[in-house]
Design a protein around this ligand. Structure first.
Ligand SMILES: [Mg+2]
Length: 358
């Protein structure tokens, strides 16, 4: 079954509300979209929105790499999709230094291939979970606004919050104390996006130790691996490595004893798609490290792909796949249901189960 067409373009998806994290404010969102068409008319969808700050590539770089001199078209057009392992090897050889480009192609190939087989992607990968609770993120806001935002999100049915920290340790503590006072049992996780020093972290931890915070994502700069390794075990067990973990090679290094954290935050936009994500997952499993699945501001396409990968890993413990909720528009519908904060893939649909909107 040959790939007859490859379409690649950039789509403005908008953003309902701007938000701030430790190192930037985001006001609008664009994704690169990849659509593969098989000779029988079946399609496969991929998307990418890599972070320049994290992987050195933005959507314009992704688009340029995929379309320059028709490289991606030439790589895939006319190829039989059934030996998908060979195609995934080929795109890795071509694009492994371009995480967004690799992710978009990888996701589109997996979707088209599983549609051809007639199975949901998660079942082909090896489903071990049917659904998972996702957190939704609150950017850095004054304390009162943080509480109001939490109230609104809980009112919308979400059951787990991720709070962005990293501008002011004192205010961060106040924010978390107030949230915990208001919601005694709500799962809370935090992400400082490299905004703390080691001293900040230790000080903040003494104040939030009793607040039942699920995890502390990337408190220290990405390169602070020796500092992460030396943290007290109690803190380290809650550390989710995000910006420090890009590729499977990082996963290997970070997992060497003493491991740098108890949790790996895998994002398809960092590692380059499903295949690389599963390599990271395998390393983590051998090292006894739990998985968190994160995202950027992404179309339903790549959010769904990450959800399918998450549900195929027995050591998945945290899902943070809220990246499509705040987009003004998307290029597809479907992908997953949201119920009481849980994300559920469409298990009666092949591939990712997404439908084009036009
Ligand atoms: Mg993060």
């Amino acid at each position: 079954m040959k790939i007859s067409e490859v379409h690649i373009w950039k789509e403005a998806l908008g953003l309902k509300r701007p938000y701030t994290i430790a190192y930037k404010t985001v006001t609008h969102v664009e994704n690169v979209i990849v659509k593969i068409v098989l000779e029988n008319g079946l399609t496969g969808w991929g998307a990418a929105n890599p972070s320049k700050y994290v992987v050195g590539e933005d959507v314009d770089d992704t688009l340029h790499w995929l379309t320059f001199q028709h490289q991606a078209y030439d790589l895939l057009t006319g190829k039989d999709i059934r030996p998908i392992g060979t195609l995934l090897n080929d795109i890795y050889t071509h694009s492994h230094l371009h995480a967004g480009a690799l992710a978009a192609l990888d996701i589109a190939l997996h979707d088209a291939f599983c549609r051809l087989l007639g199975v949901p992607l998660v079942n082909w990968l090896g489903r071990v979970h049917d659904k998972w609770l996702t957190s939704v993120t609150i950017g850095i806001l004054p304390v009162a606004e943080t509480l109001a935002e939490a109230e609104a999100l809980i009112g919308q049915g979400f059951r787990c919050l991720k709070i962005k920290l990293g501008h002011s340790p004192e205010e961060d503590v106040e924010r978390l104390v107030k949230l915990r006072e208001r919601w005694k049992d709500l799962p809370l996780r935090v992400d400082a996006n490299q905004g703390y020093s080691e001293q900040d972290l230790l000080k903040v931890y003494t104040h939030i130790q009793k607040l039942n915070i699920e995890l502390i994502e990337q408190p220290l700069p990405a390169a602070s691996i020796p500092a992460f390794r030396q943290l007290p075990d109690e803190i380290k067990a809650k550390i989710a490595l995000d910006e420090s973990l890009i590729h499977p090679q990082d996963a290997y290094q970070l997992s060497l004893p003493p491991a740098a954290g108890g949790i790996f935050n895998i994002k398809l936009m960092k590692c380059g798609g499903i295949r690389q994500a599963m390599h990271i997952a395998t390393i983590a499993r051998q090292a006894g490290i739990s998985l968190m699945w994160g995202c950027n501001d992404e179309s339903i396409i790549s959010i769904t792909a990450a959800l399918h990968a998450a549900l195929a890993c027995p050591h998945t413990r945290y899902v943070d796949l809220d990246g499509s909720f705040d987009l003004m528009k998307d290029v597809v519908s479907g992908g997953f249901h949201v119920q009481d904060g849980y994300l559920m893939p469409l298990l009666d649909r092949p591939g990712l189960g997404v439908d084009p909107l036009s």
